[in-house]
Design a protein around this ligand. Structure first.
Ligand SMILES: [Zn+2]
Ligand SMILES: [Zn+2]
Length: 365
């Protein structure tokens, strides 16, 4: 993979991670703030509110029992009835996709019916009309399941085999019915308005406020929101650590590579300077020796054979320059400084493939 492609992927991963952290932090703040807002709300005094107030509470809390204001919706399966009825029938299947079986569901019918309803105060029998209940949070959890039944499909052995070959198995039908039962104790949090002689609970319009209709009590709702907030905080922390790891693995490895390359260049430059000095010194020595040999030939005739053949001395990579460095720790003298410089980092000895930690400039006369 080319380097720019790798950098692009790393940056995309990092950006996605930052995005997730921001999202989880936002959810955390949102849940925590909402829990705090609800903590500060007191149940309204229904009668006092009607007589004294300006007719509107931007964000208030009411408790009461569900009471249908029109003919209640009846369950098809039980005696239960109430103002909201939800029905769903799905076909459950297993499908083979690229060799894997996955469960799927086809919705055959789904309906959501509702009639006008109110929350009724137990003591005073005052009622508050609930508007736009579908926009409220946690209403679904307050519904009572009146029917939840699975009918398996009966298939013969040959039909089952055929299904497996085709890659689609029909498992059966799941039918669910849920009802918001009359008499359910509920907590409503939203905008409370007194208009045309009746109380209404509406979706709040103030910024940062949420609409709730739940069968949880006030303290249960606060605990629930705070536990959700904690989960989002932990997730933000997990993705924060992941981001740091991504940064460490990607940018850290790049920085380590840059440092290694910089050190390598510095070592080569130092070796080059040392070689220049060694060569200069040896040139002077050989000149002096030549001068001496001119004056005293007999002395020189006893000197040992010094120079190996130039072929044996040539760099194993370029085969032209003479070998002028020793690799450490393996000790091989096999390349010239130019070829060493051109080797990719991390550098390895071309003879024994062991890692080269250091080079020592040498001079073979
Ligand atoms: Zn060479
Ligand atoms: Zn070696």
């Amino acid at each position: 993979m080319s380097e720019w492609k790798q950098i692009l992927i790393e940056n995309l991963l990092f950006a996605a991670d930052i995005g997730l952290i921001c999202w989880f932090l936002r959810l955390y703040k949102n849940k925590y703030t909402t829990a705090d807002q609800i903590k500060d709300l007191e149940s309204i005094d229904w009668s006092a509110f009607k007589s004294d107030s300006s007719g509107c509470i931007e964000y208030g809390l009411v408790e009461g029992r569900v009471h249908s204001l029109e003919q209640p919706l009846k369950s098809q399966f039980t005696e239960d009835e109430g103002p909201i009825k939800y029905f769903k029938r799905v076909l459950l299947k297993s499908e083979r996709n690229r060799g894997y079986w996955t469960d799927r569901q086809n919705v055959l019918s789904e309906s959501y019916e509702k009639v006008k309803f109110a929350l009724q105060d137990e003591k005073t029998a005052e009622r508050i009309l609930v508007t736009e209940p579908r926009l409220a949070n946690y209403l679904q959890e307050a519904l009572h399941t009146t029917h939840d039944h699975f009918e398996p499909c009966t298939r013969s052995l040959s039909e089952s085999l055929f299904d497996r070959v085709v890659g689609e198995i029909t498992k059966g039908y799941q039918t669910t019915e849920q009802i918001l039962k009359n008499g359910t104790t509920m907590l409503g949090v939203g905008k409370i308005v007194y208009s045309n002689g009746s109380l209404e609970l509406r979706k709040p319009t103030a910024k940062g406020t949420q609409y709730f209709l739940t069968s949880m009590s006030k303290s249960e709702l606060i605990t629930h929101l705070k536990s959700r907030a904690t989960i989002f905080k932990v997730l933000a922390g997990v993705f924060g650590v992941t981001g740091l790891l991504i940064l460490w693995v990607t940018t850290g490895s790049r920085i380590r590579k840059w440092i290694a390359q910089y050190r390598e260049r510095a070592a080569v430059e130092e070796a080059r300077q040392q070689l220049l000095v060694i060569r200069a010194v040896n040139t002077v020595h050989s000149r002096n020796r030549n001068a001496d040999s001119d004056t005293d030939l007999t002395e020189d005739s006893d000197s040992p054979q010094r120079s190996p053949s130039s072929e044996a001395n040539s760099c194993v990579i370029c085969l032209i320059n003479s070998r002028d460095i020793a690799n450490r720790p393996c000790g091989h003298v096999c390349t010239c400084l130019n070829c060493y410089e051109a080797m990719p980092v991390p550098k390895h000895c071309p003879v024994c493939r062991s890692a080269i930690n250091e080079i020592i400039p040498i001079y073979i006369p």
